[in-house]
Design a protein around this ligand. Structure first.
Ligand SMILES: Nc1nc2c(ncn2[C@@H]2O[C@H](COP(=O)(O)OP(=O)(O)OP(=O)(O)O)[C@@H](O)[C@H]2O)c(=O)[nH]1
Ligand SMILES: [Mg+2]
Length: 195
C-alpha cells in the first residue's frame, strides 16, 4: 500500500486519550525489542516515524499513527522484558489489556515473535489471550534476515506448531531491514479493514 499521509495523533496511556474519530485500527503486540516500531517504519516507508531502539522498553505508550486519514496502526509497549522494572511491566500489561478489551474499533492484531527463538511463555499467553477475545491475529516472525533463507520453512512450521496456530490465522516471516514479507502483511491488513 502507498502511504501518502502519516500522523502520530496521540501517545496515549488511558482510554480517554484514544482517538474518537472511529477509524479502524490494527494494533501491534510483541515482546520488547522484537521489532514492532521498526515494522511500522518499514511498512509505511518512513525511516524514523516510530522511535526504535536497541534497548528494550523504548515504546512506553500506545502510539496511534493515522495513515492516509483512513485507519490507524497502534504501536504498543512491549511485554516480558526482564530488565524493565516490575512496576513498569505491570503498568504496560494493564495498558495493553485495557486497550484490547475496550477498543471497539480494533479490527485485528499483528502479533510479533522473533523468528530465531521458540515463542516465550509471554508470547504464548498473548496469542491465547487474543484468541480468547476473538480478534483476528496475524503472527509475524520478525528479524527474518537473521535466519538463512533455507531455514525459513522449518522455522515457520516450528513456530506454528509451538503456538498451535488456529486454522484461520496466518504466519508471515518479515524483515524490517530487507522488507521481506511486507506485501503479505499489507494484504492481511487490507483484508481486515472495512471497505
Ligand atoms: N536485523 C534486524 N534487526 C531488527 C529488525 N527489526 C528490528 N530490529 C532491531 O531490533 C531492535 C528493536 O527494534 P524496535 O523496533 O525498537 O523494537 P520494539 O518491539 O518496538 O521494542 P519496544 O518498543 O521496546 O517494545 C532495534 O535495534 C532494531 O534495529 C529486523 O527485521 N532485522
Ligand atoms: Mg517500540
Amino acid at each position: 500500500m502507498q502511504i501518502q499521509d502519516v500522523e502520530l495523533v496521540i501517545s496515549a496511556v488511558a482510554p480517554m486519550q484514544y482517538p474518537t474519530d472511529g477509524l479502524p485500527e490494527i494494533a501491534l503486540t510483541g515482546r520488547s525489542n522484537v521489532g514492532k516500531s521498526s515494522m511500522i517504519n518499514k511498512l509505511i516507508q518512513r525511516k524514523k516515524m516510530a522511535r526504535t531502539s536497541s534497548t528494550p522498553g523504548k515504546t512506553q505508550t500506545l502510539n496511534f499513527y493515522k495513515l492516509n486519514e483512513a485507519f490507524y496502526f497502534v504501536d504498543v509497549p512491549g511485554y516480558g522484558y526482564a530488565k524493565v522494572s516490575k512496576t513498569d511491566r505491570e503498568k504496560f500489561s494493564q495498558m495493553i489489556e485495557t486497550y484490547l478489551q475496550e477498543r471497539t474499533t480494533l479490527r485485528g492484531v499483528i502479533s510479533l515473535i522473533d523468528v530465531r527463538h521458540e515463542p516465550t511463555k509471554d508470547d504464548l499467553a498473548m496469542y491465547d489471550y487474543l484468541k480468547f477475545f476473538g480478534v483476528p491475529v496475524l503472527v509475524v516472525a520478525t528479524k527474518g534476515d537473521k535466519v538463512p533463507r533455507g531455514k525459513w520453512n522449518q522455522r515457520e512450521s516450528k513456530l506454528k506448531k509451538a503456538l498451535q496456530l488456529n486454522q484461520t490465522d496466518d504466519l508471515v516471516i518479515f524483515s524490517s531491514t530487507s522488507g521481506l514479507g511486507g506485501d503479505q502483511i499489507w494484504e492481511w491488513v487490507t483484508a481486515h479493514l472495512p471497505e
